[in-house]
Design a protein around this ligand. Structure first.
Ligand SMILES: Cc1cc2nc3c(=O)[nH]c(=O)nc-3n(C[C@H](O)[C@H](O)[C@H](O)COP(=O)(O)OP(=O)(O)OC[C@H]3O[C@@H](n4cnc5c(N)ncnc54)[C@H](O)[C@@H]3O)c2cc1C
Length: 413
């Protein structure tokens, strides 16, 4: 039995990294707008852990531009406690002598507070972001699974339910933000198509223990099978730790995932080399299929997509969430300027302006994430030459390096 419906200015579907970040930004930049965040999983109040897909065993490299955005939101001071600063990024091509090192001290344009970025475990990110939300006026509906949406002449109508035995409830919203992740069922319902290209690779993710301190260095290493990243993490119980993202062709990934812990560590050490010193142990390994997935439309009248449902990228340069944060910031700024106009053509203009303002950054970031692994995976002397030439160029030309670092850091766009 349906209950009477209520209304909010903005309804965000999905309480993952994208949805919760947008809700916090709207709360800060547009306090005049009423906002609801609907998440299908339960979110216990003041939970020490938040069990959502976003906040699993991965770690996220936050670019310096994202640190700045989180600082403005007032959450960086709490996140910092769980984060390891990135002071240097070391990029190398396996089997080749040349590498590039980007340092926070010298790449001023790409640094924030002496850091090129910071790495935080997603399991720590979730409670801080959701904790910050609990002190705001955002209406958090969880568990609240959105079953269907209908776009109306103005705004959208959502049908949601707290569980199988719970009644269907209705919520009307002036603006619907879809943030329900990759392969979004809501986008399918709305007839929004997605272009998808599989990389035929999986990302193996785990935390490794090392003999020596990482010294704030993030390693990005390209191998013929795919890129690998070892990212600094804070020490735990005296153990030096780094987060591993190891991309491999699907068949190899399945084999590597099935190795015993000792064999995994040996294989990792052989493949990655000794730049970070001896790898002593590894935690549980999880794996993620990799594809480039882009929604053909990111907005329509009274409707916007953010996060993985808008663009899901190769994790090679740790750009996905950083790009999403900049999208959320852009959207919050557009709504702060234009509010939710009453007139339908003004509402269209507002979202059009948002989309225009995000186009260049999205094109560059998506292109960067898509092309870099392909270039570094390509066999043959020409590709090898180009890679070495590219790394040499980065090593020798400060403006080029600043550009590269700026792109990776999410500045200057
Ligand atoms: C291996 C790997 C490593 C990565 N590393 C980095 C990195 O270092 N730096 C970086 O910037 N990015 C990184 N990323 C990208 C980053 O993880 C994504 O940008 C982020 O997960 C985006 O989350 P999201 O909120 O869009 O989607 P999700 O995490 O999928 O969240 C969607 C939410 O919507 C909810 N939901 C779904 N359907 C409904 C419904 N009908 N009703 C209500 N709720 C619903 C789900 O329960 C979920 O909580 C990485 C990605 C991968 C795969």
């Amino acid at each position: 039995m349906s209950q009477p419906q209520d209304f909010v200015d903005v309804a965000i579907v999905g309480g993952g990294m994208a949805g919760v970040s947008l809700a916090l930004m709207l709360q800060q930049s547009c306090p005049h707008l009423s906002v609801a965040l609907l998440e299908q999983h339960p979110l216990p109040e003041a939970a020490a852990s938040v069990e959502l897909p976003s906040f699993d065993a991965r770690a996220t490299a936050l670019a310096s531009g994202s640190l700045q955005l989180f600082d403005r939101l007032g959450v960086w001071s709490q996140l910092r406690e769980y984060a390891a600063p990135i002071r240097r990024v070391q990029v190398s091509d396996r089997g080749r002598p040349l590498g590039v090192s980007l340092r926070a001290q010298t790449e001023a344009r790409a640094s924030y507070d002496g850091m090129l970025g910071a790495v935080i475990e997603n399991a720590a990110l979730g409670p801080v972001l959701h904790g910050a939300l609990s002190g705001t006026d955002v209406r958090l509906l969880a568990p609240a699974r959105v079953l269907d949406v209908q776009m109306e002449e103005a705004g959208a109508q959502l049908q949601w339910s707290a569980g199988e035995d719970s009644p269907i409830q209705l919520l009307r919203a002036g603006l619907l933000v879809v943030a329900d992740g990759v392969n979004s069922p809501l986008c399918r319902r709305l007839g929004i198509e997605t272009e998808q290209a599989s990389y035929s690779q999986r990302a193996l993710v785990t935390t490794v223990g090392l003999q020596r301190d990482h010294g704030g260095v993030a390693y990005e290493r390209f191998t013929p099978d795919g890129p690998m990243a070892l990212l600094p993490l804070p020490r735990r119980h005296g153990q030096h730790r780094m987060a591993l993202v190891w991309t491999s062709p699907e068949e190899d990934a399945a084999e590597i995932e099935s190795l015993s812990a000792d064999s995994f560590v040996r294989r990792l050490q052989r493949t990655f080399g000794w730049r970070a010193g001896r790898i002593e142990c590894a935690g549980e390994v999880s794996s993620y299929p990799l594809s480039l997935s882009l929604a053909r439309e990111q907005w329509r009248r009274d409707l916007v997509l953010v996060g993985n449902c808008a663009h899901f990228l190769h994790p090679v340069a740790g750009q996905g969430f950083n790009l999403t944060l900049r999208d959320c910031h852009g959207l919050a700024q557009s709504l702060a300027r234009g509010g939710l106009a009453q007139n339908s053509s003004e509402r269209l203009d507002l979202l059009q302006e948002y989309a225009r303002s995000r186009q260049l950054d999205q094109q560059l970031t998506i292109g960067f994430s898509d092309r870099v692994p392909a270039l570094f995976a390509a066999p043959g002397p020409l590709a090898r030459g180009l890679r070495q030439f590219g790394l040499l160029g980065l090593a020798l030309a400060p403006p080029l390096r600043a550009e590269f670092a700026g792109q990776a850091a999410g500045f200057g766009l």
